[in-house]
Design a protein around this ligand. Structure first.
Ligand code: ZN
Length: 507
């Protein structure tokens, strides 16, 4: 197998490497993960800080040639709140198989590192995860009837055995916080993640074989987690089982399809579904890493709190929650001279939520400036009478300055975030508000729908309307601000219907 490895060092969100990373996430169905940190003294009471996250992306369908991008995300220089959502979306995406080697520990450290930089909650889960250790042991068991060995083989040992690649122990223990990274370090880091893809290739054929020879009834064993997972169901239009959150999710996805004239989808992470054989593997072997609160406490600290000060930890937690709780009234409240229309400003950590809010007709702006500091964000919120939505705990320090103007979103997933905001601010959403706002720019639609003739005229020179729509009697809407055209499709119709049921709206 030809290895065609491209390595990108991603050290800022302004870079072409970051653009490539975002692109790569939407094209990949398999992503291998690894992280490096500076080794620390065992007496330390905190988790090590992760300084490098390696992400190896396999593009498109499996081919003979191995076309992969490996990204080395430099966590010492990139603005962590700006990449949090993208990474979290990838971790929980039902369309992307995640490969790792005992990645749970990496995730704990990663979570702690992001939490220290204002991304409260860090990361909580990785879905559709496969551990190379599990596959390896499974394979050994099948081929030689060996039981899983007590000592876990190192990745280096597995690589040597299966791929005949040597991973350098010396580099593994090098100082990963030192910058710039040496060329050797970069290559080592990239290989460490990329070899997981290669190992998976070796195992893949056997894994598929194993599944097809099984009794079909067994396929679901151990899979309840994934199959009942909400994201999974929405993807396959088993709408009957959908929860409110799923409906919102599918609706906004359809919204984006409409927005972009069916072709390109532009959210942070709109991925392509896996092919059938990959899906089978994921269904049978897929795991889920879910971090509990206790996972996020370093061992030393855990002991301490258990023995001596259990009550004080509870108190601090409570205080944190309280200060983050919403205390109204919001700036648009008539009692404060507002017009009663909810308005939000969403910072980079909850940018994806903006589209969801727009889908249900809520005014959801993003910052005017590309990289605003806290002051500039607050200024815009104050000036435009908006509540600033964020997950950045650092912004809450400005709470006193801007009372009733900041709200910290607690949910991690966008559809849950939407429900949270609707409930917290008691937003009233009526049926005709759905799809009344441009998901691209937050502009309002023109009042009256356009006919096909009017739409063709309006679209001239800037947007293509698919021919298949010409004979249908459908309505078009246009954004007053950016002039984007939207049209009604069956999927959109169903989504709206479902959403109305969920929100108990009547037509
Ligand atoms: Zn627009």
């Amino acid at each position: 197998m030809e290895s065609n490895l491209k390595i990108y060092l991603v050290s800022s969100t302004d870079s072409p490497e970051f653009t490539r990373l975002k692109w790569s996430f939407t094209r990949s169905t398999i992503i291998a993960l690894d992280a490096e940190w500076k080794p620390q003294r065992s007496s330390s009471s905190s988790f090590p800080t992760v300084t490098l996250l390696q992400v190896a992306c396999r593009h498109g369908q499996a081919t003979e040639d191995d076309v992969s991008d490996v990204f080395l995300i430099d966590l010492t220089s990139i603005h962590l709140p700006s990449v949090w959502e993208l990474l979290n979306d990838m971790f929980v995406s039902p369309d992307v198989l995640k490969l790792g080697f005992r990645f749970k520990q990496d995730l704990v450290y990663l979570s702690s590192t992001f939490t220290q930089h204002g991304c409260e909650g860090g990361f909580q889960e990785v879905k559709q995860y496969l551990d190379i250790t599990s596959i390896y042991n499974h394979q050994q068991h099948k081929r030689f009837g060996r039981k899983a060995p007590k000592d876990i083989k190192s990745l280096a040992a597995i690589c040597k055995e299966m791929l005949d690649i040597s991973l350098s122990k010396e580099l593994q223990c090098s100082d990963w916080s030192h910058r710039p990274l040496t060329e050797e370090q970069k290559l080592y880091a990239a290989t460490d993640a990329h070899c997981l893809l290669q190992l998976f290739d070796v195992f893949k054929a056997h894994l598929v074989e194993g599944i097809t020879s099984l009794d079909p009834g067994e396929i679901n064993v151990g899979l309840k987690e994934i199959l009942t997972g909400s994201d999974y169901t929405s993807k396959f239009v088993t709408l009957k089982l959908c929860k409110a959150a799923d409906v919102i999710r599918s609706m906004s996805e359809n919204g984006q399809n409409i927005a972009n004239g069916v072709v390109s989808r532009k959210t942070t992470l709109n991925t392509m579904p896996m092919d059938e054989s990959l899906l089978k593997i994921v269904r049978k072997y897929g795991e889920r890493i879910l971090l509990k609160e206790s996972d996020l406490l370093p061992k030393k600290l855990k002991k301490k709190t258990r023995r001596r000060v259990p009550s004080s930890t509870v108190n601090t937690n409570k205080q944190l929650v309280c200060s983050a709780e919403w205390q109204g009234p919001p700036p648009w409240d008539p009692s404060l001279g507002g017009d009663g229309c909810p308005k939000f400003l969403l910072d980079v950590m909850v940018e994806g939520l903006a589209k969801h809010l727009r889908c249900v007709g809520i005014d959801a702006a993003i910052p005017h400036l590309k990289k605003p500091d806290s002051r500039e964000l607050l200024d815009q919120a104050l000036k435009e009478n908006r509540v600033l939505l964020t997950r950045d705990t650092k912004l809450l320090r400005h709470q006193d300055m801007a009372k009733h103007q900041i709200y910290r979103v607690k949910s991690l997933l966008k559809n849950e975030q939407l429900l949270e905001v609707i409930e917290t601010f008691q937003l009233k959403i009526t049926g005709d508000q759905l799809m009344s706002r441009c998901t691209k720019c937050n502009g309002k639609f023109i009042q009256k729908p356009l006919s096909i003739e009017e739409a063709i005229e309006a679209a001239k020179g800037f947007q293509r309307i698919p021919n298949c729509l010409f004979n249908k009697n459908i309505e078009f809407w246009q954004c007053m601000n950016c002039h984007q055209l939207y049209w009604e499709g069956t999927q959109y119709h169903n989504a709206v219907q479902k959403f109305m049921e969920v929100c108990k709206l009547s037509e």
